[in-house]
Design a protein around this ligand. Structure first.
Ligand SMILES: NC(=O)c1ccc[n+]([C@@H]2O[C@H](COP(=O)([O-])OP(=O)(O)OC[C@H]3O[C@@H](n4cnc5c(N)ncnc54)[C@H](OP(=O)(O)O)[C@@H]3O)[C@@H](O)[C@H]2O)c1
Length: 313
């Protein structure tokens, strides 16, 4: 990308999209095209076609998606599949029709088989059954990355994809039903502190292992890949480090300043015991994350405190 290339960041108000915009601006890219969801509904084919014909972006970061936690994902299966599939096909197809030079598609680590060997390598894609709770979302994401691959193979495009682990950071979603584990813990401990509760009860026994990447580190990788990577295989994005949910709750409680008891409701499910991405491909390409988990959670909590409306998103 040149500093004045026309770059469209789809989903720029979301956590990932806004981090990509921050990173692009930091690196001096000065010709960004942005549309809110209200201004351009990416599930509307006619609107997407008009937008691409008018703006002709040279590069596209596709960070718009209908996103949710385990609750929303497992209930609204049809909506998650339809909205994401339509949105992806519209944007990727129309970008190609309008000669977009390069597109980067954002997926998620839930595309990998639920019983995949750990750490999960990119090549494990489609080697086993998906996790049922987010099957619809995963299938839509797999279709998006495969469509990029098929365009490359059939028409010689240069469209790539990146699969991040659990993300957190500025602009995260703290909604009670739609948030992921880390922002949900930040909100729960914060509210418990404010309401002077004696204890907070978390689901399961705290034993599962999870990996977390600060979203600004992902954004740096996304810009790096746009400039330095071409290929049909996706690229994992993570830290390669894991933490038990129990230790994570203790860390979040410490940072938020909740001093009560943390209890575990072992009648509730734990989820997958371990989920760690193999990030050696991104590392070999020359990227490494910068922000350690404790520092990142402090930054995320600061952002949460400065933006009380986040909890209502
Ligand atoms: N968050 C994570 O932990 C995580 C982990 C791995 C991968 N990812 C991937 O990263 C990508 C972005 O996730 P995120 O966490 O940044 O989600 P997010 O904060 O919810 O952002 C998604 C953005 O897409 C927009 N959007 C949704 N539907 C749209 C539509 N029909 N037309 C136009 N815009 C639309 C949303 O706008 P509105 O809010 O106005 O609807 C929002 O600004 C997704 O592909 C996700 O799979 C996220």
């Amino acid at each position: 990308m040149k500093k004045d290339s026309k770059i469209y960041v789809a989903g720029h108000n979301g956590m990932v999209g806004s981090a990509i915009v921050r990173e692009l601006k930091k690196q001096g890219y000065n010709n960004l095209i942005l549309r809110t969801h209200k201004e351009l509904d990416l599930t509307r084919q006619d609107a997407v076609e008009k937008f691409f014909e008018l703006e002709k972006p040279e590069y596209v970061f596709l960070a718009a998606a209908k996103v949710g936690g385990i609750g929303a994902n497992s209930v609204a299966l049809a909506d998650f599949m339809y909205d994401n599939m339509i949105l992806e096909m519209n944007v990727i197809h129309t970008a190609w029709k309008n000669n977009c030079k390069k597109l980067e598609f954002l997926g998620s680590s839930c595309i990998y088989p639920r019983m995949a060997n750990q750490p999960i390598k990119e090549e494990y894609l489609l080697t086993g059954e998906l996790e049922k709770t987010n099957e619809a979302y995963a299938l839509a994401k797999i279709s998006g990355l495969k469509y990029c691959e098929f365009l490359n193979r059939q028409y010689g495009t240069d469209y790539i994809s990146v699969m991040p682990t659990n993300l957190y950071g500025p602009n995260d979603n703290y909604h009670m039903e739609h948030s992921h584990v880390l922002p949900a813990l930040i909100r729960r401990f914060h509210e418990a502190k404010i309401n002077k509760l004696d204890s907070v009860t978390c689901w399961g026994d705290g034993s599962p292992l999870r990996e977390f990447l600060y979203v600004d580190d992902l954004a740096e990788l996304c810009v790096f890949l746009m400039n330095n990577y071409s290929g049909n295989e996706t690229v994992n994005a993570g830290t390669g480090k894991e933490i038990t949910i129990k230790d994570l709750t203790k860390l979040v409680a410490k940072i938020v300043g909740f001093e009560g008891e943390i209890r575990w409701d072992t009648t509730k499910p734990n989820g997958t015991p371990r989920k760690l991405l193999d990030v050696s491909k991104a590392t070999k390409l020359g990227w490494k994350y910068n922000i350690e988990l404790e520092d990142g959670i402090r930054l995320a909590y600061e952002d949460f405190l400065n933006n009380p409306m986040r909890a209502e998103r």
